[in-house]
Design a protein around this ligand. Structure first.
Ligand SMILES: NC(=O)c1ccc[n+]([C@@H]2O[C@H](COP(=O)([O-])OP(=O)(O)OC[C@H]3O[C@@H](n4cnc5c(N)ncnc54)[C@H](OP(=O)(O)O)[C@@H]3O)[C@@H](O)[C@H]2O)c1
Length: 203
């Protein structure tokens, strides 16, 4: 079924995920903070943040974590809305007692279902994820709401990822550490942004 997806932010992550979703026949609109020219995927449009999620099936947050707080109220997400958190709190201080960006967003967004996904790999892998030999990038998905988690896993599999349900939103802190591990491989380890995590089975 074709979904209406609001992507907040038209940067590297937003554009890559949107290109993938449009190819699958979903309707994508970008909630942007300014009328600055963005090179949007064909068939998509930009809209003001105000009210951008009122009628969306799914909202994807693809902005710096520091920008989320001021945006989530303006999006006017209906109660129970599914919000996919693709952010990582790199270089940002989480308030005392808040274990993850995902929990911070949950506290800022009110009555919504937050799903952590798309945060452990570089945006280079998001438009056309397939790897040589038919392998696919690993994509763990964590959420407290079973239906929301399953919906995002299904969508991510359609998009070409090896999506795996990894339990509740408490595990978002682990996924944010996995993103740091990816950075360790890419930069300290010298593997570059091309590196991507894959989960192979021996049998
Ligand atoms: N890049 C990656 O490979 C990668 C991978 C996984 C997760 N992430 C996470 O995904 C999020 C987006 O990363 P990105 O690389 O796509 O960033 P990016 O290319 O810098 O794009 C950021 C987008 O957010 C918007 N933005 C920035 N500051 C804002 C503010 N204060 N208020 C409203 N909008 C603001 C920008 O708006 P303008 O267009 O108006 O400048 C732009 O559209 C981050 O949380 C990052 O940690 C990134």
């Amino acid at each position: 079924m074709a979904l209406t997806v609001t992507i907040v932010g038209a940067g590297r992550v937003g554009l890559a995920l949107g290109t993938n979703l449009v190819r699958l026949g979903h309707t994508v609109r970008y909630a942007v903070r300014s009328s600055r020219e963005h090179r949007l995927p064909a068939g998509t449009e930009s809209v003001p943040v105000s009210g951008a999620s009122e009628d969306a099936d799914l909202t994807i947050l693809a902005v710096p974590l520091s920008a989320v707080g001021e945006m989530v109220q303006a999006l006017r997400m209906p109660p129970g809305a599914i919000v996919v958190d693709a952010t990582n709190p790199f270089g940002q201080h989480l308030p005392d007692g808040v274990p993850s960006a995902a929990r911070l967003i949950e506290s800022q967004a009110g009555d919504v279902r937050v799903v952590k996904a798309f945060n452990i790999l570089g945006s280079e892998h998001m438009t056309d994820p397939g790897l040589p030999g038919g392998r696919k990038p690993l994509l763990p998905v964590a959420a407290d709401d079973d239906l929301a988690r399953a919906k995002v896993v299904g969508l991510a599999r359609d998009m070409g990822f090896d999506a795996v349900e990894v339990g509740g939103l408490d595990n978002a802190s682990v996924l944010e550490e996995v993103a740091r591990f990816w950075g360790l491989l890419a930069f300290t380890g010298g593997r570059g942004r091309d590196v991507v995590l894959v989960a192979e089975q021996r049998s």
